[in-house]
Write a protein that binds this ligand. Structure first.
Ligand SMILES: [Zn+2]
Ligand SMILES: [Zn+2]
Length: 152
């Protein structure tokens, strides 16, 4: 069942809790974060949900504007989504080559971030850290390619 928090949020904003919206939020609850529209569409198909691709795209955007989902852009024009609620306790490392998103834990940093905010008189309500670079498998790929070139 969909979390009550989410239902409430949907209703508060005068949006109906339609079966489609609920089905999409459930996917995120059960499968996890960092899904693209295509992933969501495929997962819905597997669950025999008849929902058009256009509706999936539209609903993801709607849920994002309502603050239930958070949209990430690992590569230009490529979007991934996650539940806004779960995104508040992890941060991201994004591979600029393949677009993989990995979670990072910054518990040790939290105090320093808090202090940094206070030092400029800021009352911090939230923060987000994104690390850009190459994921382990892309590094391996690049290393293998350079080895091939140098061994020629
Ligand atoms: Zn995430
Ligand atoms: Zn990568």
């Amino acid at each position: 069942m969909l979390k009550d928090v989410m239902r409430k949020k949907l209703r508060e904003q005068g949006n109906r809790v339609t079966a489609q919206r609920e089905a999409i939020l459930k996917i995120f609850e059960e499968v996890g974060d960092h899904l693209g529209a295509e992933d969501v569409y495929q997962l819905l198909l597997r669950r025999r949900r008849r929902i058009s691709k256009a509706t999936v795209y539209r609903t993801l955007e709607l849920l994002t504007s309502m603050g239930l989902l958070r949209r990430l852009e690992p590569n230009e024009g490529v979007y991934r989504y996650e539940l806004a609620e779960s995104s508040s306790n992890h941060h991201h490392a994004i591979c600029t080559s393949c677009g993989t998103i990995m979670n990072i834990d910054l518990k040790d940093l939290e105090n320093s971030i808090q202090q940094a905010a206070e030092s400029i008189g800021f009352n911090m309500t939230n923060y987000s850290v994104v690390i850009y670079g190459l994921c382990p498998s892309c590094q391996k790929k690049i290393n293998a390619e350079t080895e091939m070139i140098s061994s020629k």
